[in-house]
Design a protein around this ligand. Structure first.
Ligand code: ADP
Ligand code: ASP
Ligand code: MG
Length: 423
């Protein structure tokens, strides 16, 4: 008997009818002779609605209570799903993250899994039941408080359960047929990728492709869990995400470019006229770190006027922009800069592909495509298998489409998005 962990995202369980549809899929997997553990997200846009509600109460909600609030979304969907399965004649039991043994750090809103002790899940399976586990949540053994794993974290719950239970497969069910060469919502000609290495998947996720939670990909890679991303609306086999060590088992033609990702979640801060002396960057980024913000790109201008000053720009998650701006303004005198600018209308577009290592001309093709589309580049950064550019937020869809076409990634037909609001 195989053990399969399945995760259903919010758009797959958006209403009662969808929940019944998913229940049937789960029962089919059980009837095929498998043990089944299911992780479920909150219905539709419930998590966003709960977050909006919290912000109607107070601009900076208490982190402990915030996690208490947002974890209720998954509690609703897990109970409804278990009810649906039971009403169809199969045994099912729902468990909160804490009941399922998801032990995490105490860092509210962005907790890390430290251990998984799925004793109750194993018992349920041994007794022939289907176990349904609330995604995105855990409990801290230190504080005994309920925590969340960060937005999109149900993917990570599924992978962690698959690893702890030694599952044969971890299937991530969503509203598109798999991982595409770009987000089908903004690049309609995106093509589904049949198999993708975890290295490229990680880089796509890190660059903003929200189809998989980045920590889920990291966890799967570390623990050797094979991931399948597929639609809960069709029978398409989806995308297999494999460990690079197992590449020879996936005889697909290795593409130079895996895909294009975009990210609208960042803001840019520019510190204008910083004294060009040792210690300036350390002082600025020390303040940024104190606010707990993760920096993505950093650009420092070359001093051209010989006036002893330079400009430093960096991007960071929008959620931290105000706090960091305030911190730098608070140290204005000590830092001795001329001006501080915040721009939250920026976006990042990234081209990802392991083949970049050995192909020349990738960046020139990318820059020509942007030039031809009339898109001005604000910042550039690269890694071994990625090139990212920052531009104005409203130009991001055009930039993604232009790059996608320039690298020959456009498919023949339009990609289908089966549900969801893309929020
Ligand atoms: P779920 O609720 O199932 O977790 P998400 O909204 O988190 O779903 O992720 C699925 C969405 O990810 C898709 O609807 C699509 O808009 C977006 N997406 C972004 N990049 C990609 C990509 N490269 N391939 C497929 N989907 C992508
Ligand atoms: N419901 C949570 C969110 O919207 C977790 C998830 O869907 O993965 O972020
Ligand atoms: Mg998701």
């Amino acid at each position: 008997m195989s053990l399969i962990v399945q995760k259903y995202g919010g758009s797959s369980v958006a209403d009662a009818e969808s929940i019944r549809r998913v229940a049937k899929r789960i029962i089919d997997t059980k009837r095929a002779g498998n043990d089944v553990v299911v992780t479920v997200s909150a219905m539709g846009d419930t998590t966003d609605e709960l977050i909006d509600l919290a912000h109607e109460i107070t601009p900076i909600p208490d982190p402990r209570e915030f996690d208490m609030l947002v974890t209720t979304g998954e509690r609703i969907s897990m109970a409804l799903l278990a009810m649906a399965i039971k009403s169809m004649g199969y045994d099912a039991r729902s468990y909160t993250g804490s009941q399922a043994g998801m032990l995490t750090t105490s860092n509210h809103g962005d907790a890390r899994i430290v251990d998984v002790t799925p004793g109750r899940i194993r018992t349920a399976l041994d007794e022939g039941a289907i176990a349904i586990v609330a995604g995105f949540q855990g409990v801290s053994p230190d504080t005994k408080d309920i925590t969340t794993l960060g937005r999109g974290g149900s993917d990570t719950t599924a992978v962690a359960l698959a690893a702890a239970l030694g599952a044969d497969k971890c299937e991530i069910y969503t509203d598109v047929d798999g991982v595409f060469t770009a987000d089908p919502r903004i690049v309609p000609k995106a093509r589904k990728i049949d198999a993708l290495s975890s290295e490229e998947t990680l880089e796509l996720a890190a660059s903003g492709a929200k189809v998989l939670h980045i920590r889920a990909v990291e966890y799967a890679r570390r623990q050797g869990v094979t991931l399948v991303v597929r639609s809960s609306f069709t029978n398409d086999p989806g995308t297999i995400v494999y460990h690079p060590d197992r590449a020879e088992e996936f005889p697909v033609e290795e593409a130079t470019i895996a895909g294009v990702a975009h990210d609208l979640s960042q803001a840019k801060i520019t510190v204008v006229g910083v004294p060009d002396v040792p210690g300036s960057a350390a002082a600025i980024f020390g303040l940024v770190a104190e606010q707990g913000a993760n920096i993505d790109m950093i650009v420092q201008n070359v001093q051209t006027q010989n006036d002893g000053v330079t400009d430093i720009s960096f991007t960071l998650p929008k959620a931290y922009a105000d706090a960091v701006t305030r911190a730098i303004e608070g140290a204005h005198e000590r830092l001795g800069y001329e001006q501080l600018r915040l721009d939250d209308q920026i976006g990042k577009v990234s081209l990802v592909g392991a083949g970049m290592r050995s192909n020349i001309g990738v960046s020139s093709t990318l820059f020509e495509a942007l030039r031809d589309a009339g898109i001005n580049i604000d910042m550039i950064s690269t890694s071994e298998i990625r090139i990212s550019i920052v531009t104005r937020a409203d130009l991001v869809p055009d930039a993604a489409r232009a790059i996608h076409a320039a690298f020959g990634l456009d498919g023949e037909s339009e990609a289908v998005v089966y549900a969801g609001t893309g929020r």
